[in-house]
Write a protein that binds this ligand. Structure first.
Ligand code: WQD
Length: 335
């Protein structure tokens, strides 16, 4: 059975579907601090399967011990963690306590129960301000915010744990910018409050919840002056996790992979693609740069292609169409 910590969240729920489609049994553990139980109900609707769900804080040692006692876990995909960059700057101790404690509790419990396969939800944010693009896995890391530092610190904890325990197999997945939604439109990104990220902000403008998009700066060193990122469809990202579990079962040690498309799009490229594919107008105004943002960031996806035999397949049009399909059918997310 594969344990998905934070499995009711945006990436976790999409990964749950792809794991079930690939024949795995899954168990979701989630405290619903940044997700809703309704998402799991919809997963059961989409897959036609009952999905075991445990409502716990995965930093809670007793609760996690009980979970491992009662279930035959043979791999963990660890999504549980706070992920808002701006919030992490405001409340660093909350981020370090939660993100590090959840990871350590899971790893200590795995060790006691002789469970060896651990897939970690990391982020391209660990590269900090890149010296050059595209980014490959051997490039220097360095963070610009506490959220990024929690990811980098957990990567280090995992490297050291894998070095000390030869039975452990760890895969670090550095996500670029996940967007889009399952083709059913029944699950998708459902941020609390005003969205920090570009696509949910755009879809909330499109559905009339927000008046217009603020484009954070158009004086970056990019083709049109707006920030360039590597947007990847969340379903492609989910499939990358299935490939990572297969890799973990065949290998030992700790391996890191970028999960990106290798193509960068600017904010205005995304706005234009979204408008075109959905036949909508997205009003926007150019605003000041957002502190901490970088000019451009996109992946060299070669290592995942060669060693995970995984490549992102969906287009930017698919991502924009699926994002809108989710939002237009769920104006208030899972409410
Ligand atoms: C994308 C681009 C903004 C909102 C962050 C985290 C990363 C991961 C993904 C968690 C940038 C611009 C955005 C808006 C805008 N999160 N933008 N107006 O900052 O690349 O990555 O989210 O895992 O770890 O660092 O993503 O979607 O916030 O921004 O102009 O209202 O859109 O300046 O160029 P980002 P984003």
């Amino acid at each position: 059975m594969v344990l998905l910590t934070g499995g009711a969240g945006y990436i976790g729920s999409h990964t749950c579907i792809e794991l079930i489609n690939s024949g795995y049994d899954v168990l979701i553990a989630d405290d619903f601090s940044n997700s809703k139980p309704e998402a799991v109900r919809r997963l059961e609707e989409i897959t036609g399967r009952k999905i075991p769900l445990v409502n716990i804080d995965v930093a809670d040692k007793e609760a996690v011990e009980k979970l491992f006692n009662e279930n035959e876990i043979d791999a963990v995909v660890h999504f549980a963690g706070y992920k808002a960059v701006g919030e992490s700057v405001q409340f660093p101790l909350k981020y370090y306590r939660n993100n590090i404690d959840t990871a350590l509790t899971i790893l200590e419990t795995m060790e006691r129960h002789d469970v060896h396969n651990f897939i970690f939800s990391s982020s391209a944010t660990v590269y900090g301000i890149p010296e050059s693009v595209p980014l490959h896995e051997e490039m220097k890391t360095g963070c610009t915010n506490p959220y990024g530092f929690t990811k980098l610190m957990i990567e280090q904890i995992l490297r050291d744990a894998a070095f000390a325990n030869p039975k452990l197999s760890v895969v670090l997945l550095r996500y670029f910018n996940p967007i889009g939604a399952h083709e059913s439109g029944r699950i998708g990104e459902d941020p609390n409050g005003i969205p920090n990220n570009l696509l949910p902000f755009i879809t909330q403008v499109a559905v009339g919840k927000l008046p217009e998009l603020g484009v954070f700066g158009n004086d970056y060193n990019t083709h049109d002056g707006t920030g360039v990122r590597d947007y990847i469809h969340v379903v492609d990202l989910a499939k990358g996790h299935v490939a990572a579990i297969g890799y973990a079962k065949e290998n030992k040690g700790c391996e890191v992979f970028n999960l990106g498309t290798g193509t960068g799009y600017s904010v205005l490229d995304i706005v234009k693609a979204f408008e075109k594919v959905n036949n909508l107008k997205i009003p926007y105004t150019i605003k000041e740069r957002r502190p901490g943002d970088i000019d451009e960031c996109y992946a060299d996806p070669k290592k995942a292609r060669e060693k995970l035999h995984w490549t992102a397949e969906k287009t930017i049009e698919d991502m924009c169409r699926d994002s809108w399909n989710w939002q237009s059918h769920n104006q208030n997310g899972y409410e």
